[in-house]
Design a protein around this ligand. Structure first.
Ligand code: AMP
Ligand code: MG
Length: 408
């Protein structure tokens, strides 16, 4: 239990333990960003009928073809004027035209729409001084959506385009995957809460807020349990409050100093732990297991370590439970701009700044990389992934970078 678990193995363990939750119905306006829980099959075609792509005249191409020369424009009788939202009641016969608007259903008998710009009023009705090809300006039935077709598959993330399509298909409610509820607990006698009056010797519990935001970004619902003190009763009581949630995220209390008592409390609560230490930096102390059916993560207390380990493990669990099929951040290759050395033992995640320079994607560390230096995360738009066996990265070397935000 005390050996270092490689990250890829830890990720497999976490993903194996995280099962997608059920589905719930939400109104269309609450569905943005949610994961679709059903296949959306079109109940009807869109557009539902052949219709006009222009304001103009529905005609028989036969009539305008014979007379296409500018010197002898076709003259047609207007038999009906169809306003927007109405359907023609008549058919277009030889020598006849029906005036229609964009989007209006094509009247019977017509096979072509002449746009209004190519016409002028005449004694008989309308004069067409420029021909259109056969079938011009007609949007055929089902050109967008065919009846019975699966338009949006289950598992899709709902964006504005999908929501517009759901509205076209008449869906005012939609089935989406449930979002996991994530209890967040900070531990430590040195902590004070954000709005608490505290003495200068205390440290603000910033982790709860950073982690809650990361939970939301991953699609989870955070529940803040506050601070547990470094005594077993406090930790046990607070953890018990979080066991109704799908996931419990502890921060602090798993490094060498606190390890033993956290371990005892976990054991008393019947925890089944899968690992306690991870072979990455930052973030070596990292506990993961089940406590009474809730997935429990014990993240290191240092603010950077808690965020980096959240990214690598907790985020995956939240996304998989939330029905996502793809949980990894996008990874890009970038040219490293500095020199970096480490011992060839653990995989490192450096906070990096990705930039486009002279047509190339480059990355450089944010500066000092200490696990208490949260400005390194503030400046970063990527995490530079330096493999376990690498000793030195040179300027110009290509490295893999997990993209945290797209502002580069
Ligand atoms: P620990 O993992 O409990 O040994 O904590 C390591 C260090 O992380 C502590 O000395 C604190 O400085 C810091 N720390 C722990 N928990 C938090 C928290 N909730 N918010 C901010 N910093 C924390
Ligand atoms: Mg502590």
């Amino acid at each position: 239990m005390n050996e270092l678990t490689p990250l890829t193995q830890a990720q497999e363990t976490v993903l194996a333990a995280a099962a997608p939750l059920g589905c719930e119905k939400v109104g269309l306006l609450d569905a943005l960003g949610r994961v679709l829980g059903e296949d959306i099959v079109a109940p009807r075609a869109n557009p539902p009928w052949d219709n006009s792509a222009m304001d103009g005249f529905a005609v028989r191409w036969e009539d305008i073809r014979k007379e296409h020369e500018v010197t002898r424009p076709a003259e047609l009788t207007i038999v009906e004027d169809v306003p927007a939202g109405q359907m023609a009641t008549k058919a277009v016969g030889p020598g006849e035209a029906i005036r229609i608007m964009t989007g209006a259903p094509l009247p019977e008998g017509a096979d072509t729409v002449v746009r209004v710009e190519f016409t002028e009023p005449s004694d008989v009705g309308v004069r067409i001084f420029q021909p259109e090809p056969l079938g011009a300006n007609i949007r055929p039935k089902g050109e967008d959506v065919k009846e019975g077709e699966c338009i949006i598959p289950r598992g899709a993330i709902l964006r504005p385009a999908e929501l517009g399509m759901l509205a076209i298909l008449g869906k005012s409610f939609v089935l989406v995957q449930q979002r996991p509820r994530v209890a967040i607990l900070s531990t430590g006698d040195e902590l004070a809460d954000l709005d608490e009056l505290f003495d200068e010797k205390k440290i603000v519990n910033s982790n709860s807020y950073g982690i809650a935001a990361a939970v939301q970004e991953a699609g989870g619902i955070p529940l803040l349990l506050g601070i547990a003190r470094d005594v077993p009763e406090s930790l046990k009581e607070k953890i018990a409050q979080g066991l109704g949630c799908d996931i419990l995220v502890l921060s602090g209390g798993v490094s060498m100093g606190d390890y033993d008592f956290t371990k005892i409390v976990f054991a008393e609560l019947g925890a089944d732990m899968h690992f306690w230490k991870l072979a990455i930096r930052p973030g070596q102390p990292l506990a993961f297991g089940h406590i009474q059916g809730t997935l429990a993560f014990g993240l290191p207390g240092n603010p950077v370590s808690s965020m980096v380990t959240f990214e690598q493990l907790v985020r995956l669990a939240i996304m998989k439970m939330g029905g996502h099929r793809q949980w990894a951040r996008p990874v890009v290759q970038a040219e490293f701009q500095e020199r970096f050395s480490k011992r060839p033992d653990r995989r490192h995640f450096l906070r990096g700044i990705l930039e486009h320079r002279n047509g190339k994607l480059t990355v450089r560390p944010t500066g000092p990389q200490g696990s208490g230096i949260l400005t390194s995360m503030v400046k970063a738009n990527g995490l530079i992934d330096i493999p376990e066996d690498v000793e030195t990265v040179h300027p110009g070397d290509i490295v893999q970078v997990q993209v945290l935000s797209r502002n580069f």
